[in-house]
Design a protein around this ligand. Sequence first.
Ligand code: FES
Ligand SMILES: [Fe+2]
Length: 427
Amino acid sequence: MPKFNKPDEGSWTEHFGLATTPSSYDDSISPDFYELERDAVFRKTWLNVGRVEQLPRNGTFFTKELDAARTAVILVRDMAGEIRAFHNMCRHRGNKLVWNDYPREETSGVCRQFTCKYHGWRYGLEGDLNFVQQEQEFFDLDKAAFGLVPVKVDVWEGFIFVNLDPEAPPLRESMGRLGAGLEGYRFDLMTQKHTYRAEIGANWKLFIDAFMEFYHAPVLHAKQATEEESRKLQGYGYEALHYDVDGSHAMVSSWGGMSPPKDESMVKPIERVLRSGLFGPWEGPDVGELPPGVNPSRHPAWGIDSFLFFPNFMLLLWKPNWYLTYHYWPTSYNTHIFETSLYFAPPQNAFERLQQELAVVTFKEYALQDGNTLEATQSMIETRTVTEFPLCDQEVMLRHLHTVTKQHVAAHQQAQPGTPVRVSAAS
Ligand code: FES
Ligand SMILES: [Fe+2]
């Protein structure tokens, strides 16, 4: 594994072979580019749709809308305990198979078979069509040929992924070196889950941009610290402990002075009382040694690592042993659904529960501040008044994201004979 500390000379940006010239946001304001991304990115890559705890026993299922990948899927644990994925579509006349009151809303539950609401065709959890209403009315219907259409599914460290590309490389290989470095982390112990979901009026990559740099933190989140502390933070500015990329995946490692704070006067009174805050409860559970990919620079001031597993799954591991996930599900070139879940070890008493609750609501405050800038940015970059934007070295992972996205699109176009390549792979 390479040594990760910041190169003594030059910049992170040059270190990763990225351009230092101003960046274009064409890839975030173009409906045409979004249509290309749907096929080149979202139908080609492994997409994390949930965790194994959502399928705790045989017969449990949940559905997932994958608008960007032009489908919707069912995830189910079949009667043999195996996790399977299918397009959520009845083979009779194409009705969405599993939904409750609203066809575009996701759902979950437990059952022994799926029954279509339209004409009552029934499917086993292995996807086999096992009942056709008035079967004798059909013409030589071979039920064996009308099972649910399967989707490639795999599990990494308890995270369930699907891939719409039957030729896709195995999930573990796709997780690359950054994924391998996290294997063994005790995700399985952290089952106390809190989720937020928001509809965002911005391109999906803009929100990742906001979470892959902390250059904004001392300014945008100034009100989260005491006034004096906030002034100090702005004076220091921000510098990450470490950045790394592996293929399309990326990570940033950051300091964590707030958990616990060096000086309790840095934080708000409620944080002092509950010994918790954005960085989580000050004393987390003991989960043993962390895998080598966490805090890769082994910095003593380490507090949090943010991993982006391309395209839209972010995993944030915090020093007091809890984690959170971000997912960005595009619904158009300038809208997406943002989902975030915070995972803690189940609290052992009421105080621990309150500590976790404080982290959850504090996090929401930060996320709202981050989210608020997005529509403001999207609406103005769409005016094309300005088309090139200077990015600093602490924004290196934004360059990386936009560069690899364009590369995926360019590669996909090249693979389509007769299609003119309209997208440059340069950043
Ligand atoms: S569309 Fe499903 S049974 Fe007819
Ligand atoms: Fe932020």
